[in-house]
Design a protein. Structure first.
Lengths: 311, 267
């Protein structure tokens, strides 16, 4: 009976529901937190721009067949290396007469796949390693952190190159290699956060309720590490895209017919002086998306950092 | 109170408790040979200056500090190296700082329902609402986050959490020292109330003698890890303790005393 006014989703009703200081359910409490985050994001123009770029990227990937003007791998040798603005080819064509705009649109799918797969594997693994090391301590900490150090000792791209060379060229192996090289910094962050959290009173309180180590790590330590990790992942996304593009550029990532942006730049390298647009257009795409992730990451840091938002 | 407890098994019995910090060369003994007995339903105060080891006694009882020796008996059964699940349903603790003892990303609802889930106790909704009523918090606070509450309200949530498992013994680690003076009285009254209603046994640590005098019947004074004196609250009120340190402590609790200080300055 108390729910009745809440359920009608009229505009002022929804806003009041989201601004309520006495949420009536778990769901409402969560939605209010999300809404407050959205308000903060909206109040930060640069972060909003970054957010919109990422949304545009996602929309581009979803609606690629409708946005593209041609098949991404359809060749037309009669129309090779046309400059941008030619009839039917918004951004020109490449050395095999393929429409660059369509290839970039379809390439967004590959970029998004790389970013998503790396984002759901590397930070999760890093979080697991870091929190276990930090919470349990002792020899577990020593072993896990020395392994992390070994991975950190190599430059990222070099290590990724070595993995891809061992696993074989291809987009899946490139993603795997990037994930394998990306997790150590997350483990470090998670461990540092855990060390400060594990002596907190609220952890002592829950262990006094009889909770085991695994319960404490997943339910109480993880939520505290998550925000700094999300910020770091978002900021790293640009680097991950660049590494993927770098691997593609070196011929170790996506293989030729795939419209991967790094591979496209690599192909355009041969004509960079006379037909500049072949390499420049995918380069601009990489630049824009990287910028978007960086701006969003900066904004998220302001929104999610619990130390800052306390004041 | 101690008459009522006679002949029964005491709620909490501590004998020859020693607690250590650190390892090897730097191993430091924070608590030395502490012994006391709490009859069922008693309220016992541990007072002393900071660093006297009073909070450490609580942490040893709860198992938060591992390196201890001696005997701790809860309702007659001796505690081992590790605390068992049943222990947490008998003994709970309220922490000093309500700003640090509630998880900043959990709602009040989650904080209160988690102990029930951990111990597979059903009827969660009713129990959470009942707990809010018991500590005098409006039910509308159920889905708030700690940062949306004041210090006193947070401490009420912490008290409610400690009572979720319906323990017999409550360890209070300076439960009011992080609060405003006006709020302190509210929390102390709440604790007195709850004890009367539920017949709880309190072990309270404080450096504030007025608080302890208000809450406890018996008081142990600790200094440098040792109990220097155990006395009844009447004896403390009349300021007739036997130990010299206790006399000084009582004196200090009265606030700044010009004669006392000038006498000491001349020495």
């Amino acid at each position: 009976m108390m729910r009745a006014p809440d359920t009608q989703i009229t505009r002022p009703g929804l806003r009041a529901w989201l601004n309520s200081d006495a949420p009536a359910s778990r769901f409402q409490a969560r939605m209010i937190q999300l809404y407050l985050g959205w308000l903060k994001l909206r109040g930060n123009p640069l972060a909003l721009i970054g957010f919109l770029i990422i949304v545009a990227l996602v929309l581009m990937a979803i609606f690629a067949p409708w946005l593209a003007t041609a098949e991404p791998s359809a060749q037309d040798l009669g129309q090779r290396l046309l400059p941008p603005g030619s009839a039917g080819h918004l951004l020109g064509t490449d050395e095999l007469g393929r429409d660059i705009w369509s290839r970039i649109v379809y390439g967004s799918r590959i970029t998004l796949m790389i970013v998503t797969l790396v984002a759901v594997t590397a930070p999760v693994f890093g979080l697991l390693v870091g929190t276990l090391a930090g919470y349990i301590g002792g020899w577990v900490d020593e072993v896990l952190m020395r392994v992390t150090d070994i991975f950190l000792a190599f430059p990222k791209l070099i290590l990724a190159l070595a993995f891809v060379a061992a696993l074989g060229a291809g987009i899946e192996n490139a993603i795997l290699a990037i994930s394998l090289t990306a997790w150590p910094p997350y483990a470090r962050i998670a461990r540092a956060e855990t060390l400060t959290i594990r002596n907190a009173d609220y952890i002592a309180a829950i262990s006094l309720q009889g909770a085991g180590a695994l319960h404490i790590i997943t339910r109480h330590v993880w939520p505290m590490c998550l925000s700094s990790l999300i910020v770091r992942v978002t900021l790293d996304m640009a680097g991950i895209i660049l590494t993927a593009a770098g691997l593609g550029f070196l011929g170790l990532g996506a293989q030729p017919p795939m419209p991967e942006w790094g591979a496209m730049i690599s192909a355009g390298r041969k004509f960079v002086l006379d037909q500049w647009w072949v390499a420049t257009m995918p380069g601009l795409a990489i630049f824009t998306v990287s910028l978007g992730f960086n701006l969003l990451g900066d904004g998220l840091r302001d929104i999610l950092d619990p130390k800052k938002s306390k004041s | 109170m101690s008459d009522a407890g006679k002949g029964k098994v005491p709620a909490l019995e501590i004998s020859n408790l020693n607690v250590f910090f650190g390892h090897g060369e730097s191993r430091f003994q924070a608590v030395k040979n502490v012994s006391f007995v709490l009859p069922e339903g008693a309220s016992f105060g541990l007072v002393g200056e900071s660093g006297s080891g009073k909070s450490t006694v609580l942490r040893a009882i709860t198992g938060l500090v591992r390196d201890w020796s001696g005997t701790i008996k809860v309702a007659g059964s001796t505690l081992g190296e590790r605390r068992e699940t049943a222990f947490y349903r008998q003994v709970q603790m309220v922490f000093q700082d309500p700003y640090a003892s509630l998880h900043p990303r959990h709602t009040v609802d989650r904080i209160l329902s988690e102990p029930l889930r951990l111990h597979r106790i059903g009827d969660i909704d009713r129990r959470v609402l009942q707990a809010l009523d018991d500590v005098g918090l409006p039910r509308a606070f159920r889905f708030r986050y700690p940062h949306q509450l004041s210090g006193g309200q947070r401490q009420r949530v912490a008290v409610a959490r400690a009572l979720m498992l319906e323990p017999r013994i409550l360890l209070l680690d300076e439960p009011t020292s992080a609060l405003d003076v006006s709020v302190q009285a509210e929390i102390l009254n709440l604790l007195t109330d709850l004890r009367a209603r539920r017949g709880l046994t309190y072990l309270m640590v404080s450096h504030d003698l007025a608080v302890v005098a208000h809450m406890c019947e018996q008081i142990a004074v600790m200094r440098l890890g040792e109990v220097v004196e155990v006395m009844g609250v009447e004896q403390m009120r009349q300021a007739t303790p036997e130990d010299a340190y206790t006399q000084e402590l009582l004196r200090a609790s009265l606030g700044y005393d010009r004669d006392f200080f000038s006498a000491h300055m001349e020495e």
